[in-house]
Ligand binder design. Structure first.
Ligand code: BV8
Ligand code: ZN
Length: 276
């Protein structure tokens, strides 16, 4: 395993199809708690206990409090140098005639805010809803998303808001109960997302894996897949993960530092991305 920027740069020069896969770690330095690091708990719940259809069916008020809390955190967050480096990489690949696709497990929308385009949001978006009844999907950035959630969702209270269903977010079309348009554990990724991801990984010869614990499938299977087809995998993480042994490159440290350094993206180029 190497952390040589020169070696990585030479692999990048020869790459034809570059894919970037990101997880919660790339947004950590924007102040957004990761899932499995400290801050990953909300009240006494592990985030993964709330990100399930069963939790929502049992207590939609509690799950909406959780997502309202995350919307509140993300609404006040800005992209960091890691997000801007990914956006700059996409622009560089376009200029060099290389294919580039960004796959993110994050639902915070910070990649788009940093200037990345055609982002594949594997697990959906905090900023969209889906109607449980008529399945209508809508963008929704209202804060709060409904009056009853105003001031709710505090991570350090034991008092659940117990909002009656009719006061939770409701569909403009059929008045059905809305849910966040995110993929919960036990739910399949959307067909179009799976198609775009398969297309991305087909023939990928350089995969950058940034800020993910690599334990959630199907995303955790992408690095071994790319390696099995002869591609090079580079991991950017503060820790080792189950895919680290699979990676030809490991840049250990915060992605806001390691990504720009490994990609040779300087302050001025990052600042330029910030301006766009
Ligand atoms: C599926 C959306 C087919 C919501 C998320 C039993 C029943 C059902 C399914 C399963 C089952 N057993 C296994 C499965 C499959 C399951 C799964 O993988 N489970 C795991 C836990 C074993 N997967 C699914 O259910 C998927 N669907 O497989 O469909 C199917 C259907 C039915 C039955 C079987 C199969 C759906 C998975 C999507 C779940 N939704 N989120 C929401 O966000 O609220 S997943 C959730 O975890 C987030 O999306 C998050 O992105 C994702 C992964 O977490 P990470 O992003 O990696 O974040 P984490 O905190 O873990 O790690 C952060 C990393 O960053 C760390 O490594 C840290 O070191 C690093 N870091 C921190 N700071 C920095 C940093 N790195 C760099 N710089 C820093 N500064
Ligand atoms: Zn509806």
């Amino acid at each position: 395993m190497s952390d040589s920027v020169e070696e990585f740069s030479s692999v990048f020069q020869h790459a034809k199809k570059v894919v970037v896969l990101t997880g919660a770690g790339i947004s950590a330095e924007s102040g957004i708690p990761t899932f499995r690091g400290e801050g990953g708990l909300w009240r006494d719940f592990d985030a993964t206990e709330l990100a399930t259809p069963g939790a929502f069916a049992a207590n939609p008020s509690l799950v909406w409090e959780f997502y309202h809390y995350r919307r509140t955190i993300v609404a006040g967050a800005s992209p960091n140098a890691g997000h801007y480096a990914v956006a700059a990489l996409q622009r560089r690949c376009r200029r060099l005639g290389k294919d580039f696709i960004l796959l993110t497990q994050n639902i915070d929308g910070l990649h788009a805010k940093a200037g990345s385009t055609d982002v594949v949001e594997l697990h959906g978006s905090l900023w969209e809803t889906r109607c449980c009844h008529c399945k209508a999907v809508e963008a929704n950035r209202n804060m709060p998303i409904c009056p009853a959630l105003d001031g709710k969702g505090a991570p350090d209270t034991v008092h659940e808001a117990n909002i009656p269903s009719m006061q939770l977010p409701r569909c403009n079309k059929c008045n059905g109960l809305l849910r966040p348009r995110v993929i919960w554990f036990g739910e399949c990724l959307e067909r179009d997302v799976l198609r775009r991801t398969d297309d991305a990984l087909q023939g990928c010869d350089l995969l950058l894996v940034v800020g993910t614990s690599a334990v959630v499938y199907p995303a955790a299977g992408y690095a071994p897949l790319v390696k099995s087809q002869g591609g090079v995998v580079a991991e950017f993480n503060t820790e080792d993960t189950p895919i680290s042994y699979n990676c030809r490159f490991k840049f250990q440290g915060p992605s806001s530092v390691k990504l720009p350094t490994a990609l040779g993206i300087g302050e001025d180029e990052l600042a330029e991305m910030k301006e766009t």
